[in-house]
Design a protein around this ligand. Structure first.
Ligand SMILES: [Zn+2]
Length: 89
């Protein structure tokens, strides 16, 4: 299999559905309690979800049980309070 030059993994924003390079997006993972946290160093375990680094996507993100879908998890997902207002743009 040939790989195109400059290939980078693309990820889909769970809010707006835009596909971007993985490195341009914010990775979200679930902690051991099933609370969504920001995977700051990219070492989070398990299935991650991605969102664009802007307030529009952050605030328009699905919540509750809809948020469980990208994580392949049933039921409601809580968002860790510390990651709510991180974007200055
Ligand atoms: Zn987005």
């Amino acid at each position: 299999m040939k790989k195109a030059k400059g290939y980078a993994p693309r990820r889909t924003c769970i809010s707006c559905g835009t596909k971007k390079n993985k490195s341009e997006m914010i990775r979200l993972v679930l902690d051991t309690d099933g609370v969504m946290i920001r995977d700051a160093d990219g070492k989070g375990q398990g299935r991650g979800a991605y969102v664009c680094p802007n307030n529009a996507c952050w605030q328009g993100m699905p919540t509750g049980s809809k948020l469980g879908r990208p994580f392949r998890k049933n039921g409601s997902i809580r968002i860790h309070p510390d990651i709510h207002f991180e974007f200055g743009c």
